[in-house]
Design a binder for this molecule. Structure first.
Ligand SMILES: [Zn+2]
Length: 208
């Protein structure tokens, strides 16, 4: 598979970038990874990089973005932080990927049974984790069902995964609110911003 270069990046639309990731995830799930020589791609990208997408995902060891989307060296920017939340630094990284380096798509990728989301559901207080989880707490509050407090914990898989999806949506909302630069690019059709959830039981990404 060919390494992304400026000409290919220029010719790729936001929808085209999304299709590339969807096709890549299909290959991953089918255990039919594209044939690519990563060391050749290192050489191809020594002089520069023209990734088609920026993926914001969790640090979870089970969700490496390049692998689950079957992408090579130089294909995507990968921002990872527990619970795939945004702050100023993460937004700055995504803005760099899109505005400076020309990426066409931003994906906020949550995943089922996310440990950070579980921690937020249980309101864990521990070191700097407390401040991190406070950024996920709005998603916990925004999920209305179940009403019974005893069922709103990490022990309830359905609740956890509902919060995962809500967290993806709220993260995108916050991205639009806190990054006028990305919002303008989106309005102008220069980029798309989409959310997805990766299922740790079967490797599939569902775009939400
Ligand atoms: Zn996670």
């Amino acid at each position: 598979m060919k390494t992304f270069n400026k000409a290919i990046q220029d010719a790729t639309t936001p929808q085209g970038a999304l299709d590339i990731l969807k096709e890549g995830n299909k290959r991953f799930v089918a255990a039919k990874a594209a044939d690519r020589n990563l060391l050749d791609q290192v050489k191809d990208t020594t002089g520069g990089q023209w990734p088609h997408s920026v993926v914001l995902s969790c640090i979870d060891s089970r969700v490496p973005a390049e692998i689950v989307f079957d992408q090579g060296i130089g294909d995507i920017f990968s921002a990872r932080v527990a619970g795939n939340i945004v702050n100023e630094d993460v937004l700055g990284s995504i803005e760099y990927g899109c505005k400076v380096a020309g990426s066409k798509l931003v994906v906020v990728l949550g995943h089922t049974m996310c440990g950070a989301v579980k921690g937020a559901c249980d309101d864990v207080q521990l070191g700097n984790i407390t401040a991190l989880l406070s950024k996920i707490r709005p998603a916990v509050h925004a999920v209305e069902e179940p009403m019974n407090a005893a069922d709103r914990t990490s022990a309830n898989k359905t609740f956890v995964n509902d919060v995962v999806t809500k967290n993806v949506h709220l993260t995108i909302e916050k991205m639009r609110a806190d990054s006028p630069l990305l919002t303008e690019m989106e309005k102008d059709g220069d980029i798309k911003i989409v959310g997805g959830v990766y299922d740790i039981s079967n490797g599939e990404v569902t775009f939400v």
